[in-house]
Write a protein that binds this ligand. Structure first.
Ligand SMILES: CC(C)(COP(=O)(O)OP(=O)(O)OC[C@H]1O[C@@H](n2cnc3c(N)ncnc32)[C@H](O)[C@@H]1OP(=O)(O)O)[C@@H](O)C(=O)NCCC(=O)NCCS
Length: 197
């Protein structure tokens, strides 16, 4: 699991785990916690709640995947993967969003690392990211994860991260990260706590 160098992880662990289609409502509620500026940055333009209702239903279909970032069991960020149909070698698109009060604390970086590992482990050869040209934070993250950035129309930037074949480190990032989260989730549900039945 990737840890960030800010104060966040000195006190708190970010746990990243996959969200499943049964958690569609939780995923949808994440977008309600984004302020208008973050929503517009995430979707490239202001979007209505009705759009998000439909969008949330499609996010888990066709092999698409969603990962959630949790702190103390609370969903604070999501990273989404859409596999690009009919692309050979296989390519995907990724998008990220973190609730405003938790931005710039390492959550996006941790989600990015997990998504790269998950795609690498599935033989996906590159991942594409779209953001506004002025979205310096997202562009910094993309560069940090070795994206090649291109600019489109002045206002949009597109980055592509080329992925190597699966490696022990990518498998450990995904499997170990999920195992930690599973343990945390059991703990939060009190099943493992001393004295619980
Ligand atoms: C973009 C976003 C997902 C990033 O997640 P995050 O948790 O805020 O990002 P992190 O804290 O992990 O990392 C931010 C990095 O950008 C750097 N950064 C912050 N502001 C910056 C700026 N103005 N210019 C350049 N770099 C900046 C930070 O120093 C940090 O770098 P580091 O990891 O090398 O220290 C989040 O801010 C967000 O949800 N924004 C609104 C939605 C959005 O823009 N989505 C992207 C389009 S898909």
């Amino acid at each position: 699991m990737t840890m960030h160098s800010t104060a966040l992880e000195t006190a708190t662990a970010i746990t990243i785990r996959r969200l499943w289609s049964s958690e569609q409502d939780l995923f949808r509620s994440h977008f309600d916690r984004l302020d208008p500026a973050s929503r517009a940055l995430r979707f490239g333009a202001p979007v209505h709640d009705s759009f998000l209702d439909i969008y949330a239903r499609s996010a888990f279909s066709n092999g698409n995947m969603v990962f959630g970032a949790f702190v103390d069991g609370e969903l604070l960020g999501v990273g989404e993967i859409k596999l690009l149909a009919n692309s050979l070698p296989v390519r995907a698109e990724a998008a990220f969003s973190v609730v405003p009060e938790w931005q710039d604390k390492g959550i996006g970086d941790a989600l990015f690392a997990r998504i790269v590992a998950a795609l690498q482990n599935r033989g996906v050869r590159s991942v594409i990211l779209w953001c506004r040209s002025s979205n310096h934070r997202m562009r910094h993250l993309a560069n940090k994860h070795n994206a090649e950035m291109n600019f489109v129309d002045g206002d949009e930037a597109c980055g592509e991260v080329r992925l190597p074949w699966p490696m022990p480190s990518s498998i450990i990032e995904e499997v170990y990260g999920e195992a930690i989260c599973y343990t945390n989730s059991l703990w939060q549900n009190k099943w493992l706590k001393p004295g619980s039945a």
